[in-house]
Design a protein around this ligand. Structure first.
Ligand SMILES: Nc1ncnc2c1ncn2[C@@H]1O[C@H](COP(=O)(O)OP(=O)(O)OP(=O)(O)O)[C@@H](O)[C@H]1O
Length: 730
């Protein structure tokens, strides 16, 4: 038994048997992503079937026909088609799923690669059913392959099985109290005290799995009598000696907790933890799709633990699970969106990264100081060299030095040189530490900002801005419409979830602030030390000119200079890299904030428009022009300026010429980033807007004009993404 989980997750020192290890590019990583959806059989109490598998890649979700008499809208709203790498229907077998999703990863494990499979979906959707099938088949296949190999005894298979429940980690193979997740330096976190058991045969593995499954936290839910309430992570490591080391392959099989919202009050904490960690996982997957962009793993224990799996050389597959009945419509839709978001990774990664200017100020001063030091040393060498020439023209003075004095000088020089080099090394160590601390502080500042953003988001959503307002004389439906339909439904369970989320954000913020305080104190201490070492170095330099009087000694000094130069160059490169990565993280956060600000603006505008309509106030023409401009600008910036890095998750409702012509495909809502956050990526769109005169083609900018297409067939404005070259078209 080993007590350290890091050996499972941390080491990526895989020796590749038949591949050149090389660096795995983001493209390779993207290629590794596979997203499948499995639909489980319909049960009698689940209503009518609303999920239809069309082919092994396509499924259709039927929306309820709320507008039965409106043929146009029925046609547009009812069916939503989703495309994935693979879709498994209700009669799919465990074997089929294993062959398509898991078998390639098992073969890779034997070849020394790492792979991971996630099962995602709402409670009762079939995650555990699928994962049980995959786990037993994967381990059977591993042992069969090992037995059939030339040297079965050379293989070692180890297993570890943990559960994350309510942000507590438990060892399922050796159940006991919660285990601590420790961050050790910059490496992967460590689960202290976790057991890793050597598996000797397929039968032994089955026994271990059964033991682990029994230890999982399970409770009945509305959809599943035996519902697993935490995330389960099974890790299997296969090691075998090869020439020059040990080849190690790993397979992670992860059965995520149900993604549904917490309904019961008793479950609110549990539900909030589950949603939070699934959101964090979704965000990591999303961020990884950008290749070099900042990936925040800190938000949950699940993502902290999976850091190396998600970001390392790991092929991953996700199997999203849905129930086909109308009773689970909401959860099914949200699962399909989540899976679609994950499957968009492949496309995104192949896109070019946006170049960002470097922000180097933090490093410039340190590098400047180093260069200064080098030039001082060099000028000393020149001075000594000149003096040495003078000495050469006056040999009698040199001859006056006794042999004893020369030996003494040489000894002094030697010790001086050693002191200079050692002082220099100390300086470099302290400077590096300072840079590490600065970088850490920058990361913490971003973390703190994110927590602030989360707090203001939830507070704005539930307490301040969107309290239902009462409009005298308005129809009853007005208040109802304020409560519902815009993504800010304040049901009891959501409010409870918000309270928990806010509490957690405050707690996280306090932890971040404590860490900031500790880092600042440490930084001040290191800075004081550096100042002392710098002073000592300056004193040593003062001694140099008087003592250097020979060619070999100058060579020593030149060597010291060279070491300084190399260090300065290295530092410059490191600084550049760190600054670039910080800049990317900062931009990522800025984008998220803009996104959330824009959502708020849109929601305010939509609600104001609705309020005007409900109160029977016509929209002044200037205001309607502004609405139009706003839509065009948002659309233009979304589709033309940042097409490669940012995708819209919502659109404002169009300003239409008549009520019946308002056709706004819901297909555009909720499928983009943040849509599963609970923050309401989806605005329910207003279908009762006042009739407005069609506006002329926009005059604002070429880009805006290029993004607008007028479909005269139904005389309503429908915004579509521009085709390549649209923006440049006259
Ligand atoms: N593909 C399938 N074929 C037949 N039965 C299935 C299938 N998928 C799930 N089931 C059955 O549905 C029930 C719920 O499935 P399961 O426990 O796997 O759900 P889950 O998604 O893991 O739920 P939870 O998150 O609550 O643990 C079980 O009785 C299981 O046997």
């Amino acid at each position: 038994m080993l007590s350290v989980y890091v050996t499972l997750l941390k080491s990526q020192t895989v020796i590749y048997k038949d591949n050149n290890p090389g660096e795995v590019s983001t493209k390779d990583l993207a290629w590794c992503q596979q997203v499948a959806v499995r639909v489980r059989p319909l049960r009698a109490d689940e209503g009518s079937r609303i999920v239809h598998v069309v082919s092994d890649k396509i499924l259709v979700l039927e929306e309820e026909a709320d507008y039965r008499r409106d043929v146009l809208r029925q046609r547009r709203l009812n069916d939503k088609q989703y495309v994935y790498d693979r879709v498994f229907g209700e009669d799919s077998t465990q074997e089929e799923v294993y062959e398509a999703v898991c078998a390639p990863l098992v073969d890779d494990t034997l070849r020394g690669f790492a792979g991971a499979i996630f099962a995602y979906g709402a409670t009762g959707a079939g995650k555990t059913h699928t994962m049980t099938g995959l786990m037993t088949r994967a381990l059977n296949r591993l042992f069969t392959a090992i037995t059939e190999s030339a040297n079965p005894k050379a293989y070692e298979v180890k297993m570890s099985y943990i559960e994350i429940y309510n942000e507590n980690i438990r060892d399922l193979l050796n159940p006991g109290g919660p285990l601590e997740l420790r961050d050790e330096g910059s490496g992967a976190p460590v689960v202290a005290g976790l057991s890793e058991v050597e598996a000797t045969s397929a039968a032994h593995v089955c026994e271990l799995l059964t033991r682990g499954d029994r230890a999982r936290t399970a409770e009945p839910t509305h959809a599943n009598q035996h519902s697993s309430r935490g995330h389960a992570l099974l890790s299997v490591t296969v090691s075998t000696p090869v020439e020059g080391g040990t080849q190690r392959g790993r397979l992670f099989l992860i059965d995520l907790a149900g993604s549904e919202r917490a309904g019961l009050r008793a479950r609110r904490l549990e539900g909030a933890h589950i949603n939070r960690s699934l959101l964090a996982l979704g965000n990591c997957i999303m961020a990884l799709s950008g290749g070099a962009r900042y990936v925040n793993y800190r938000d949950s224990k699940l993502t902290r633990l999976l850091r190396e799996v998600l970001g390392g050389r790991c092929r991953t597959a996700m199997v999203a699970h849905v129930a086909p009945g109308s009773a689970q419509k909401e959860t099914t839709r949200s699962t399909l969106h989540y899976a679609q978001r994950a499957s968009s990774i492949t496309n995104r990664v192949e896109r070019e990264m946006v170049e960002t200017p470097m922000h180097m100020s933090q490093y410039r001063s340190v590098i400047y100081e180093l260069r200064e030091e080098i030039s001082r040393l060099k000028s000393k060498m020149k001075g000594d060299s000149a003096r040495s020439k003078d000495d050469f023209t006056q040999p009698q003075q040199t001859e006056e030095l006794t042999k004893e004095e020369s030996a003494e000088n040489a000894a002094h020089l030697k010790s001086l040189r050693e002191s200079i080099v050692s002082t220099f090394k100390q300086q470099m160590r302290l400077r590096r530490r300072l840079m590490e601390l600065d970088s850490h502080l920058l990361g913490l500042a971003l973390d703190a900002e994110r927590q602030h953003a989360a707090i203001s988001h939830w507070e704005a959503r539930f307490n301040r801005l969107y309290k239902p307002i009462s409009l005298s004389g308005s129809r009853l439906s007005t208040q109802q419409s304020y409560r519902g339909g815009t993504g800010s439904v304040t049901s009891g369970s959501e409010r409870a979830e918000a309270e928990v989320a806010v509490e957690q954000a405050w707690a996280e913020l306090a932890a971040v602030e404590r860490e900031q305080e500790a880092a600042r104190t440490e930084r001040a201490r290191v800075e004081r030390q550096l100042e002392q070492v710098r002073l000592r170095g300056a004193q040593l330099e003062q001694e140099l000119p008087a003592r250097i009087n020979s060619g070999p000694e100058r060579e020593v000094l030149a060597l010291v200079c060279r070491v300084h130069e190399l260090e300065a160059d290295k530092l410059a490169l490191q600084g550049e890299r760190a600054a670039r990565s910080h800049e990317l993280r900062r931009r990522d956060l800025a984008l998220q904030r803009r996104d959330s600000q824009r959502r708020l603006s849109d929601e305010i505008i939509t609600r104001q428009r609705r309020a005007l309509e409900e109160m029977g106030i016509g929209i002044p023409s200037e205001l309607s022009q502004l609405y139009e401009l706003y839509q065009q600008e948002i659309h233009a910036s979304t589709y033309t300026e940042s097409n490669d890095v940012y995708s819209p998750s919502y659109k404002l409702p169009p300003i239409s010429t008549s009520l019946s012509e308002l056709a706004w495909s819901e297909s555009s809502s909720g499928s983009g980033r943040g849509s599963s956050s609970g923050s309401g990526g989806t605005l329910a769109l207003d279908r009762r807007l006042p009739r407005l005169a069609p506006t002329p083609r926009p005059r604002t900018s070429q880009a805006s004009a290029a993004t607008m297409k007028r479909y005269s067939s139904d005389d309503s404005l429908v915004m579509v993404a521009p085709r390549a070259g649209d923006a440049a078209a006259p």
